[in-house]
Write a protein that binds this ligand. Structure first.
Ligand code: NI
Length: 172
């Protein structure tokens, strides 16, 4: 089942999401739907607030190589424990801001802790695209979008385009 993805600007995308108490069948079902929605888009990450669920849950799979096995990950209450001084700039996009891309600079390597769907505590260090993606998704749980890293003028320009896009979609 594919979930509708909220498009910026939307007040739910600016809110801080609530911690998840424990794993549950409900969260498991939501994770399956979020992964299906992410792969369908297609995208490499999706945060629960983007589908209107204000819980601290993200899904991601940054495997991009053709023929390489998929690596779907589900993180509950993810926290960036540490980031490298080394920075990396990637051209980021977001399923809530379709067809808009901009360079964002973030720590090149981050250690993230989270709870998995079986309730186990996990911790892993990510680099490359995985590091960028996991930071981008965790930002969503804080009500922060990648355009919040851009200069105000660029951010306003993208927001105006999204307002227009939403108006067009509502009319269609
Ligand atoms: Ni995003």
């Amino acid at each position: 089942m594919i979930l509708p993805i909220l498009i910026h600007p939307d007040p739910r995308l600016k809110k801080v999401a609530d911690p998840v108490a424990d794993s549950s069948d409900e969260l498991r079902a939501l994770a399956d739907k979020m992964l299906a929605t992410m792969y369908d888009a297609p995208g490499i990450g999706l945060a629960a607030p983007q589908v209107g669920i204000m819980s601290r849950m993200i899904v991601l799979d940054c495997v991009k190589e053709e023929g390489e096995a998929a690596r779907p990950m589900v993180m509950l209450n993810p926290v960036v424990e540490a980031g490298s001084d080394d920075l990396n700039t990637y051209e980021e996009g977001c399923l809530s801001i379709p067809e808009q891309f901009a360079d964002v600079t973030r720590p090149a390597e981050v250690t993230v802790s989270w709870m998995d769907l079986d309730g186990n505590a996990k911790r892993e260090t990510f680099d490359g695209l995985w590091a960028t993606c996991v930071q981008h998704e965790i930002d969503h749980l804080e009500g922060k979008l990648f355009i919040d890293y851009l200069k105000p003028l660029k951010r306003q320009m993208i927001t105006r385009k999204m307002v227009k896009l939403k108006r067009e979609r509502a009319r269609a």
